[in-house]
Design a protein. Structure first.
Length: 315
């Protein structure tokens, strides 16, 4: 978890490329309002795209915005996102949560330099403030949100958006379902950065129940995180460029591309490598591709296209 401070507002990442977007409608307080649900009140959890992100940047000049960078194939995202949504709604409009699917919105992912997900960043006055990367327990999420509001107040961002009946209790439906013991063990290990222990926990969960789709997705994600842990993107890319037929070097770049949401780039790199590899190399590349296909999901159109190309190369 990153310590949130006012100093973090200076020189984090450049989001200027995302500012040239259509302006949102104005809320009564002068802040751009998120999309309204059916009861007429503004929802504080909104899905944001490359095209609409400029509105969120403007909104953050009046209301602190939390940006959740996630993907459908990301197991830890499925555990973290409900917690962030719950804590956001408990703020009763003092914080807005912007959810960004990195696969569908690569410009936002690139702007935040997202090399792994889940990644959560705050926006205060149009400036990014790092919050945390990876799975975080609810208690720490609450602590970070409290600090976020303090920093926002220090920077004069104290507005809010309408949130229905302020006297209404927070819905119990926002409470995330309890995790099975082995899933909880994996979650705690991910939080501690102990990916080897998380892999072991997920493998035990799958041994107990081979149809445990959450464990399968979590295992694929944590294996990827384990492989990219500590890698330097520039060094890895330079090594791969210097050795274009080195399978391990190309694997590392593909892993970083996938972790950053650049799925087509990762698949394309490995498929191109497959065409020039020897028999042993082809076996390794095919096995890695199959693993990544399962991680992204069999119904994803990018997987369908890559699998079709792999089949044509095999036969």
């Amino acid at each position: 978890m990153t310590d949130i401070s006012a100093a973090a507002l200076r020189g984090a990442v450049d989001l200027s490329s995302l500012r040239n977007r259509p302006a949102a409608a104005q809320a009564p307080s002068g802040a751009a309002a998120p999309a309204a649900p059916g009861d007429g009140a503004s929802d504080v959890v909104v899905d944001v795209t490359d095209q609409s992100f400029g509105e969120i940047l403007e909104l953050s000049r009046s209301v602190p915005v939390v940006v959740d960078l996630w993907a459908e194939w990301c197991g830890p995202c499925k555990q973290l996102s409900p917690i962030i949504e719950k804590v956001t709604r408990e703020q009763r409009g003092r914080v807005v949560l912007a959810k960004v699917d990195v696969d569908a919105n690569p410009q936002v992912a690139q702007a935040f330099r997202a090399q792994s997900i889940p990644m959560v960043v705050a926006l205060i006055g149009g400036q990014p403030v790092p919050m945390f990367t990876g799975a975080v327990p609810e208690e720490q999420v609450r602590e970070v949100f409290a600090r976020l509001l303090e920093v926002a107040a220090q920077n004069g961002v104290t507005g809010s958006v309408p949130y229905g009946d302020d006297d209404a209790p927070v819905a119990d439906a926002d409470e995330p379902a309890p995790m099975p013991p082995l899933h909880a063990e994996a979650f705690e290990a991910i939080e501690a950065g102990d990916y080897a222990r998380a892999i072991s926990a997920y493998e035990k969960a799958l041994a107990e129940n081979p149809r445990d789709e959450d464990a399968k997705a979590g295992l694929g994600q944590v294996r990827l995180l384990h492989r990219v842990q500590g890698l330097d993107l520039q060094q890895v890319r330079a090594a791969a460029a210097a050795a274009p037929t080195d399978v391990d070097a190309q694997f590392r770049v593909a892993d970083l591309d996938l972790a950053g949401g650049h799925v087509d780039d990762a698949f394309g790199r490995l498929l191109d490598l497959f065409t020039a590899a020897d028999s042993d190399g082809r076996t390794r590349i095919r096995e890695r591709l199959v693993e990544l296909f399962e991680l992204i999901g069999a119904t994803d159109p990018r997987v369908t296209a890559a699998r079709t190309r792999l089949t044509s190369l095999l036969f």
